[in-house]
Design a protein around this ligand. Structure first.
Ligand code: OAD
Length: 258
């Protein structure tokens, strides 16, 4: 075992060995990622304390249609600042390991699906192909008048909120609290979780539905289930294998078998 494997306790080493066996023998793998996978790239997780100017705001109150309707400048600035932070971040070893895993699965004719709750697009940047973006992305902004959606890479916006050519204001292409998820993305995620042989939940608190139910859908369909997360979640007591740790460290280790 290469990497820091020999500094990992025997129990975790045994879990890593079992996950490698699962990965070797399964014909289809579905992965769900959360903000924890981007944490080692320097992007605060969703429930981390807000800092600086935003310390006085609760993200749950900013990420809503009502907040945008009430103060589109404030909400647009918040997302613009998050985009700016993200633009300076790079995919970490966990993102890169997942991109490699997808290549290995697809090269051997096996099914691989990456579903993410993250809106930063670091999976795409790391080389993951066609990740399902359950909660959208703040790199896409949609006109609230004509509906035109386009990728906005300029950071920061010259003015807030950004305007559409039609004169309408643009909103970030993310799912806000109280909004429904993109139908196609949700249907793909549900179908993939319900038909895979192995399901891995990585870096998510498993608190926000419907993403949080995907692991249960997989288990009820007979899939083996694995979780890697820094702290315990509602999944930790029932999945087949749960490892407490950092995805940026454990994923490369799991994939770096001799
Ligand atoms: P959370 O912030 O709820 O959870 C992130 C999880 O990652 C926590 O349980 C951390 O312990 C764990 N974690 C942190 N660093 C880690 C690391 N290096 N390796 C492994 N785990 C680590 O974020 P999500 O579960 O993604 O939805 O939250 C799901 C959704 O809640 C978000 O997509 C957002 C929010 O409502 C929308 O914006 C619609």
């Amino acid at each position: 075992m290469t990497g820091t494997g020999n500094q990992i306790d025997p129990g975790t080493q045994e879990r890593i060995r079992r996950i490698r066996d699962f990965l070797r023998t399964c014909d289809s793998l579905t992965v769900l990622t959360g903000a924890g996978v981007s944490a080692e790239s320097g992007i605060p997780t969703f429930r981390d304390a807000q800092t600086g100017l935003w310390a006085k705001y609760d993200p749950m109150e900013l990420a809503t249609p009502e907040a945008f309707a009430h103060d589109p400048v404030l909400v647009s600035r918040w997302y613009d600042e998050r985009r700016g932070k993200c633009a300076a971040c790079k995919p970490n070893q966990g993102h890169l390991a997942l991109a490699r895993l997808q290549q290995e699965f697809e090269a051997s004719g096996r099914r691989f699906m990456l579903i993410t709750q993250n809106v930063d697009r670091l999976h795409k940047q790391a080389g993951s192909r066609n990740p399902v973006e359950l909660h959208g992305t703040f790199w896409l902004w949609r006109c609230t008048s004509c509906g035109e959606e386009r990728e906005e890479r300029e950071v920061p916006f010259p003015d807030h909120p950004p305007r559409c050519a039609c004169g309408g204001i643009r909103r970030p292409g993310v799912v806000w609290f109280g909004e429904s998820l993109p139908e196609a993305a949700l249907a793909t995620a549900w179908q993939s979780a319900g038909s895979c042989e192995l399901f891995m939940s990585l870096g998510t608190s498993g608190l926000v539905e419907p993403a949080a139910s995907l692991a249960r859908v997989a288990a009820n369909s007979g899939a083996k289930t694995v979780e890697i997360n820094l702290e315990p979640t509602p999944l930790s007591t029932w999945v087949d294998i749960s490892i407490a740790g950092a995805t940026g460290e454990l994923l490369p280790l799991i994939l770096s078998e001799p």
